[in-house]
Design a protein around this ligand. Structure first.
Ligand code: SF4
Length: 252
């Protein structure tokens, strides 16, 4: 059973008109927000998200540059927001160093380092060595999807830093999305931000970021599945290079 919210947009703002309980997830309504010049709707979406879902709203952050920008925006709305990092045990050392910096800069944020049930050794014993080379979907399921599912159990909504510009698979993302995979609501405040917008905001606000971004890695995931991008027009071209895989499965 989930709560369903109805609201209308009026003169640059939104008004909640009705809240009721419903049982059919497929009835989730389409929602949109006005786009302002400063944050392209992101702050309004975050205010709406935290006012409606409160502690039920979880941010699943990969700590790429979009994630850092989103954390900074979130801190303006809810300094004690819950953030989950899917700690696969296979991330770059630079990513862990960045997370330490973020913890220092936003001490009130509640960052959970969510680990999979299987250690790498147990995964190797059960599925063989370097599963990500042979069955990356299975590896992502074990180390990302199942853990996120656990983190979202009890949560009715989650935040993501998806941008429409990132890839073909993301170009139709809305601010508020029905998420069939996690039976939840997925809120994406940055859909209208460009790569330049992200970096402009990061530099203007002196945000820390993963130094791998300066070394040709626009998109950073697990070390075995991430290389520098080889296509300047495709910022995710360094992910799962040489395979058909383009998403870890959290957003498909
Ligand atoms: Fe495994 Fe690669 Fe997915 Fe990380 S990104 S969970 S290493 S397949």
């Amino acid at each position: 059973m989930k709560k369903r919210h109805f609201f209308k947009i009026e003169s640059g703002g939104f008004i909640l008109t009705e809240t009721l309980v419903y049982g059919n997830f497929d009835e989730f309504p389409a929602i949109d927000f006005p786009i302002d010049n400063d944050t392209k709707g992101a702050l309004d979406v975050l205010k709406w998200g935290y006012s409606h879902y409160g502690d039920q709203l979880v941010y699943a952050c990969s700590f790429g540059i979009e994630g850092i920008v989103l954390i900074d925006l979130i801190s303006k709305v809810n300094a004690k927001a819950k953030v989950v990092f899917l700690d696969t045990g296979l991330h770059f050392e630079e990513t862990y160093q960045l997370i330490d910096k973020i913890k220092e800069r936003y001490p009130e944020l509640r960052i959970e380092m969510k680990k999979p049930e299987l250690t790498l050794e147990e995964q190797t014993a059960q599925y063989g060595d370097e599963l990500w080379k042979r069955e990356p979907n299975k590896c992502c399921e074990i180390r990302k999807i199942v853990p996120l599912n656990e983190s979202l159990s009890g949560a009715t909504a989650w935040l993501s830093g998806l941008r429409r510009e990132q890839s073909e698979t993301r170009k139709n993302t809305q601010f508020i999305n029905k998420d069939n995979r996690f039976k939840s609501v997925k809120i994406c405040p940055l859909i209208h931000w460009t790569w330049k917008d992200i970096w402009r905001y990061a530099h203007k606000n002196g945000l820390p970021y993963n130094i791998l971004h300066d070394n040709g890695y626009p998109s950073i995931g697990c070390k075995p599945c991430t290389q520098p991008a080889f296509n300047a027009d495709d910022l995710r071209s360094g992910r799962w290079t040489g395979t058909q895989k383009i998403e870890c499965g959290l957003h498909t």
